[in-house]
Design a protein around this ligand. Sequence first.
Ligand SMILES: [Zn+2]
Ligand SMILES: [Zn+2]
Length: 208
Amino acid sequence: MDDKKIIKDNCIVIKPFSEVTKFHGHVCPGSAIGYKAAEAGLNELKSGSSQDEEIVAIVENNSCAVDAVQVLTGCTFGKGNLLFKDHGKQVYTFINRNTNDSVRVSLNDSFSVDILAPQLEKLRGAVNSGIATDLEKADLKQMTEDVSQEILEIPYNKLFHAEHIEVDVPKKARIFKNVKCSKCGEIVSEHRAIKLEGEITCIPCFKG
Ligand SMILES: [Zn+2]
Ligand SMILES: [Zn+2]
């Protein structure tokens, strides 16, 4: 994409939240938080979504938020430019390979879904344990949508702390040769195959 298409009124043009919901399946505060994190990242890096591997996202959780990051940034598990660190933290690092700029986006500690929607947790508990009435179920849906919308309306710099940092740019994804497992006969990518006494095995066969 050229700069004219991605920058309008000095802002990066990003996909609407409805695209995230189409991919993710439901509206939730988590995907709204991820949407804002990706918005922060793309704006700070002055970048559009990643067609190839020009943007890298390092996510430190595997919550609903990450689906929004994938949709907005084009950093996906399949392309190899979405890297997961299992820290359980609302922290996202975005790297622009073209400009060598990187930004670390972390959720402010003052932010809390419970403060925005104090009844949400209790209602969700009732619905999950199967004791909720139809009215309570409808309430939960409405409350979830309202709080998600509220999150989307918060300017990203009020929601997150964004800091430009220097990081080692991760290597681009490589394409590996395939080999055949001597035990199950299935094809396995060479870099995951195990060579033992001249025999090639896949990881599940190796583990027995
Ligand atoms: Zn969700
Ligand atoms: Zn095998």
